[in-house]
Design a protein around this ligand. Structure first.
Ligand SMILES: [Zn+2]
Length: 410
């Protein structure tokens, strides 16, 4: 890799405090795939990429996505449990063929990168070889984050379940191969409480604690699911995970729509993150998460596409859905500035991805070059609001992963 400086010039989306962003004109200097300088001020005469009307942002982070589900987006009409049985499981069964999983993950990587997503918290399928293949494929493409084997021992066809001991052994091997310290790591990923008995959930909690791994699972997405969990375990959903040691600062719990006050206390005290997936919730008619209430209760919240329950690949569009959902159900809703912060630094921080989501010295050069075709800097609207609400995927001119150009618009 060349050690020559590459200069990216334009309006930079920079961190402001711990959980906000600001725009500043300036230049990023990149060497050997790493940002080595952030120089604010008028643009120099010569630079390699960008220009005064360009926006340069960190790559987007998606904190909840299912890799095997990209080909089944659009299965509209069913609700969660029927959708799983009727559409999702047949799609995931194809991952018993590891070559298929490898090829599909490369296609998914193409789609992620072309929409500006450079780090993911992703579910694979129940198959360990396919999960390893997905990790290898995303690593080859330079995408960061975590990928987990979707642990399931019941509530699915026989080809999509395993025994608890076997599944835990397989995930332990994946964690050894892709440890949590890496740019791309394995995660402990019990699919959801309905799929797992107490011993598997407790084993997953132990495994995550031993390795310091990210935990991914689903929580309280629909009322029908919550009722089923209560029937299976004799207690509330959050309590199932608390008993199993699955509520930690590294836990990403997809959805969290139906939470009572004591659920929120348990989540807050453990530092667990609710991964909000507004497009999936509307698509499957699961309900609407009350973001303002969750934030008022001091819950940590991240944002995810939840493809294929979700239908939007672009995290900008998912962020818009977050605002619209919050506005529909409550009095307060995130600003455009908060939305941009969420899909970059906010999601990276919630997922514990230290090297993602921020333009700063020492960070990997995971960069997006965006060239809007509207005069976004001179309109009588907050520029970040113009960029968010008039967003057009065709504005994305280039994507760099660790300083390597991985996407160029046609
Ligand atoms: Zn999901």
């Amino acid at each position: 890799m060349s050690t020559e400086s590459v200069l990216f010039a334009g309006q930079l989306l920079l961190p402001e405090g711990d959980n906000s962003v600001r725009l500043a004109e300036g230049v990023l200097r990149v060497e050997s795939g790493v940002i080595v300088g952030v120089d604010e001020g008028p643009l120099p005469r010569a630079y390699n990429h960008g220009g005064p009307a360009c926006l340069i942002t960190p790559g987007f982070v998606d904190t909840h996505v299912h890799l095997p589900q990209f080909d089944m987006i659009g299965a509209h009409g069913a609700t969660l449990l029927d959708w799983l049985q009727g559409v999702t499981f047949p799609s995931e069964a194809k991952w018993s063929d590891t070559d298929y999983a490898t090829a599909m993950t490369h296609r998914v990587a193409d789609q992620l990168i072309a929409h500006g997503t450079t780090a993911v918290c992703a579910y694979a399928s129940v198959h360990a070889p396919a999960t390893a293949a997905a990790l290898m494929a995303l690593e080859q493409r330079g995408i960061g984050g975590v990928v987990g084997q979707a642990l399931s021992e019941r509530f699915a066809p026989s080809e999509l379940v395993g025994s608890a001991d076997e599944l835990l052994d397989q995930t332990a091997t994946l964690l050894d191969r892709y440890p949590p310290s890496g740019r791309l790591a394995a995660a402990v990923t019990p699919r959801f409480a309905v799929s797992c008995g107490e011993a598997l959930l407790a084993g997953a909690g132990r495994l995550a604690a031993e390795h310091g791994a990210v935990i991914q699972t689903h929580l309280s997405e629909t009322r029908q699911e919550c009722d089923l969990v209560r029937e299976l375990f004799g207690c509330d959903y959050v309590e199932v995970y608390r008993r199993a040691g699955l509520l930690t600062e590294r836990s990403l719990l997809g959805h969290g729509i139906y939470l009572e006050a004591d659920d929120c206390v348990a989540l807050r005290e453990s530092g667990s993150v609710v991964a909000h997936c507004p497009t999936a919730n509307s698509f499957l008619r699961s309900g609407a998460m009350r973001l303002a209430d969750h934030l008022h209760r001091q819950l940590r919240v991240s944002l995810g596409s939840d493809i294929g329950g979700g239908y939007e690949r672009s995290m900008v569009r998912v962020a818009r859905a977050m605002i619209e959902t919050a506005a529909a159900v409550g009095e307060s809703f995130p600003t455009a500035k908060q939305a941009w912060s969420q899909i970059t630094a906010g999601n990276a921080s919630a997922a514990g991805l230290r090297d993602a989501g921020v333009l700063c010295e020492g960070a990997p050069a995971d960069l997006l070059l965006i060239e809007p075709d509207v005069p976004w800097q001179t309109l009588p609207v907050d520029p970040l609001a113009t960029l968010l609400w008039s967003w057009d995927d065709r504005w994305l001119q280039g994507v760099w992963l660790r300083g390597q150009r991985s996407y160029a618009s046609a």
